[in-house]
Design a protein around this ligand. Structure first.
Ligand code: PA5
Length: 462
């Protein structure tokens, strides 16, 4: 199981001005936390509560369909191309980067065990899109279009470009190269998929984009590139069981949510830095940034009062960002919580050869890169605590399906609990919708004419 070490947020370690009296706070909040956990578990099956993601660890049916489709298309494609943005892409990127062999797309077919390469187009940079389409052989590419709403401008424009090219290259057979993941009933893409006869998967009701990684949104791409989705589900199920515990002393998601909430609201630590000490976990930070930002950054609380709250998430990578951000974190404003993610056992033990005797570097010879990475993480943690900066460490026994699923699911539950503590709606995103609607208006979508006129006026002054 995952471990959470929050010692360096305690007032005994970093002082009363910056730290918390953890034991006392856990006791004070025990009742409230138990109430939140029971309430989330009670509401998870109630339609409209957006908590269906808490059931995704038990979605055996989706797993069955994913496996069936993956075995059907096995050996037929050299590449998988994912079109999606935000919650429809970030989980996929985080998990494939973590679990596939590093530099997967550069490996030979044999080294990949006959499994396809995987590419994510999660932006609308014209150079990047054309650049990728120039190098991919579309005939040998399975395109998975992922959008819950079925109308997101970025994803749909990519889809239109790719579909047009596929059709030109493959005539009528192009349909076999498209698989769609979208809402069961609604949205333009659902309509197109049915008219055109594409294979489809469903983004379940009441699962928001940023909580969708363990629905078909993630499971399909994972299944296509050979990630063990049964083990992912095992990790979620075991973590789910552990996080049903209403005793805060036994529940790491509740502990981390409460610590973040109290450090923000009482001690002014309103920035949450996610800093894995592992390159393979680099994109877990991107996923976390979206999860934490879109879920907790809100204008109004549940009582309708204007609060404008939300801790700002940031991403960093150990050890790389020790040479970029740590100066600020040690000596700049003391307004951050640094979340380290550590890995107990890497797949590789990489020795540094003893080839130089110089005093300045000779000591490295004969040690391992693993030891060096550990030493760097330990020393950064201690240095931050010397400067009275709060840090939290999440430790993964290893990087595998089971542990990655546990990590992501724990962070999802932590976010849901934090949302309750902040008393906001964790699952809406009016701020994102606003910008989406402005884009529709500017691009001439029917029904947005008035917005377009108002926007044109605003654009002349800002
Ligand atoms: O988390 C969210 O809800 C958003 O980030 C969405 O995932 C993102 O806007 C893409 O939306 P859609 O899946 O509808 O294309």
């Amino acid at each position: 199981m995952l471990k959470l070490n929050y010692k360096n947020t305690d007032a005994m370690v970093i002082g009363y001005e910056n730290g918390l009296e953890i034991e006392k706070e856990f006791m004070n909040y025990q009742g409230r936390i138990a109430e939140i956990i029971s309430d989330l578990n009670r509401r998870k099956d109630v339609p409209g509560q957006w908590l269906q993601w808490m059931n995704l660890g038990y979605s055996e049916e989706t797993v069955w369909y994913v496996k069936e489709y993956a075995s059907m298309v096995k050996d037929k494609f050299e590449n998988v191309l994912i079109l999606g943005i935000g919650g429809s892409a970030l989980g996929g990127i985080a998990v494939t980067e973590a679990l596939l062999k590093p530099y997967w797309n550069l490996l030979s077919e044999e080294q990949r065990g006959g499994l396809p390469k995987i590419f994510f187009l999660d932006n609308i940079d014209p150079d990047a899109i054309s650049g990728l389409l120039d190098v991919l052989d579309l005939k040998k590419t399975l395109v998975n279009v992922i959008t819950k709403s079925g109308s997101t401008a970025e994803t749909m424009s990519q889809f239109m470009i790719v579909k047009d090219r596929l059709e030109k290259e493959l005539d009528d057979n192009y349909r076999n190269n498209i698989v769609v993941t979208t809402d069961k009933r609604t949205g333009i893409l659902r309509q197109i998929a049915e008219q055109e006869g594409y294979k489809t998967f469903v983004v379940p009701d009441d699962v928001g984009g940023r909580f969708s990684v363990f629905s078909a949104v993630g499971l399909l791409p994972f299944g296509l590139v050979g990630i063990n989705i049964d083990e992912l589900l095992n990790g979620i199920k075991d973590m789910d069981l552990a996080l049903k515990n209403t005793d805060i002393n036994q529940n790491i998601a509740a502990q981390n949510a409460l610590i973040h909430y109290l450090l923000d609201t009482r001690k002014g630590k309103n920035l949450s830095v996610m800093m894995p000490y592992s390159s393979r976990l680099k994109y877990v930070s991107d996923w976390y940034v979206q999860l934490w930002a879109e879920s907790l950054g809100k204008d109004k609380n549940k009582n309708g009062e204007t609060v404008n709250i939300g801790p700002t998430p940031l991403k960093a990578l150990g050890a790389t960002d020790q040479h970029s951000q740590i100066q600020l974190y040690n000596e700049g404003p003391n307004n951050k919580i640094i979340n380290f993610i550590r890995v107990e056992k890497f797949n590789t033990n990489l020795e540094i050869p003893k080839i130089f005797e110089y005093t300045g570097i000779g000591y490295l010879g004969g040690k391992t890169v693993n030891q060096l990475l550990d030493a760097e993480a330990d020393s950064t943690r201690v240095a931050l605590s010397d400067y009275n900066r709060p840090t939290i460490t999440i430790t993964l026994p290893a990087i595998n399906e089971y542990c990655i699923a546990q990590l992501l699911y724990m962070l999802e539950v932590q976010t849901a609990i934090a949302g309750e503590l902040y008393n906001i709606d964790t699952f809406n995103q009016p701020g994102v919708e606003q910008a989406k609607n402005y884009t529709y208006a500017l691009m001439g979508r029917a029904g947005y004419e008035e917005s377009a006129q108002a926007l044109q006026k605003k654009l002349t002054v800002v």
